[in-house]
Ligand binder design. Sequence first.
Ligand code: AMP
Ligand code: MG
Length: 410
Amino acid sequence: MIKCEKALSIVINSIKGLGSEGVDVSSSLHRILAQDIYAQCDVPPFNNSAMDGYALKSTDVKGASYRFPAILKVIDDVRAGYVSKKRLKKKQAMRVMTGAPIPSGTDSVVMVEFTQRLKTGEGEFVKVFKTTEDEENIRLKGEDVKKGQGVLTKGSLIRPQEMGMLASMGINRLEVAKKLRIGILVTGDELVKMGQRLSRGKIRNSNTYSLTGQVLAVGATPVNLGIARDNKAAVRQKIINGINKNIDLFLVSGGVSMGDYDLVKDVLAELGSEIKIWRVAIRPGKPLVFGYIKGIPVFGLPGNPVSSMVVFEEFVRPAILKMSGAGTLFRPVATAIFAQSFKKTKGLKYFVRVRIENKNNKFYAYLTGPQGSGILKSLVLADAIMVVPEEISELKKGQRVCIQLLTDRF
Ligand code: AMP
Ligand code: MG
């Protein structure tokens, strides 16, 4: 049996990246960037007003107050999207809207709230009730990003904010990691297809669906390879079918433990696979298999619904992210205070399903109920996975624990 950390490093070190493709910004959400992005221009491209108000020279409103307002002549009205052709002389101002280019000859903007309009026979004036500092309420050219500056790095996840940032620099095409095709094959004589009647002794196939969700959530494409029955010929045939479906990574659920009908590892070996891992010191998920078949990474996942999901979470997800060139392979981690007591077997790393409660700004972790590897509800109720190291045999109430946060995506 291999230790968890060692098994994970065997997986991660053997996985290679898979190349990139071009996409438009509008279809880049949740893809992984395959190039560094440098700003091709300043953003914003010119100094502009951060407020609706009056652009003026700060020297013209020095000492202005409600009792002694400065009075300036308003010589133009500048809207966002237009440039004033006029130039300011002493004791003059221009009305500006948010986003309007700052007129030349002005150095600050006073908010409209600190002014009062004055219409006279000699034209329009404004009373200004406060002084301004140099550059006050002005958004400076390049204050967001400067031309030539590195803005996004290869391996980062594209979220809505990255899409907006790319658009603000005028970048429409970008290179992202290819979407991986992940084959999902489940095994078991007991499994009944969706929509079919349950006869005695049979159960529904849930792993195809939880794995499909996990694959989609990590930005890859699931390829459903169906159910193989528990005989070597059927498992062999389904695996060969799968390999021919142009998949980048193969998941086979069930049939990897010590039972008489756990055939997957043998069939993989007979088909010439290189088995790198079998059995890892974790709970749930101990019988995990990892290897390569015809150059394609293959995971044999334990059939128990929780084991299958936890092994995906801890091993398959980082492997898919590594193949996609992602800069971050793992979930965010935090610490919490364990609110219960818990006993475990020494020598195994445990992945315990917990929910997190915030009480007086302290985060407490509670078990989501019974932790059996067939109790899928333990994951349904979970916000996080509490990782309990091998050497520990007991957790006491109030102890600090490490949790992996299960955000829906990345
Ligand atoms: P196995 O790993 O094949 O020994 O299966 C372990 C347990 O998980 C057994 O109780 C199986 O019935 C169950 N199981 C296996 N595959 C699935 C599946 N696709 N969906 C739901 N349960 C499964
Ligand atoms: Mg089975």
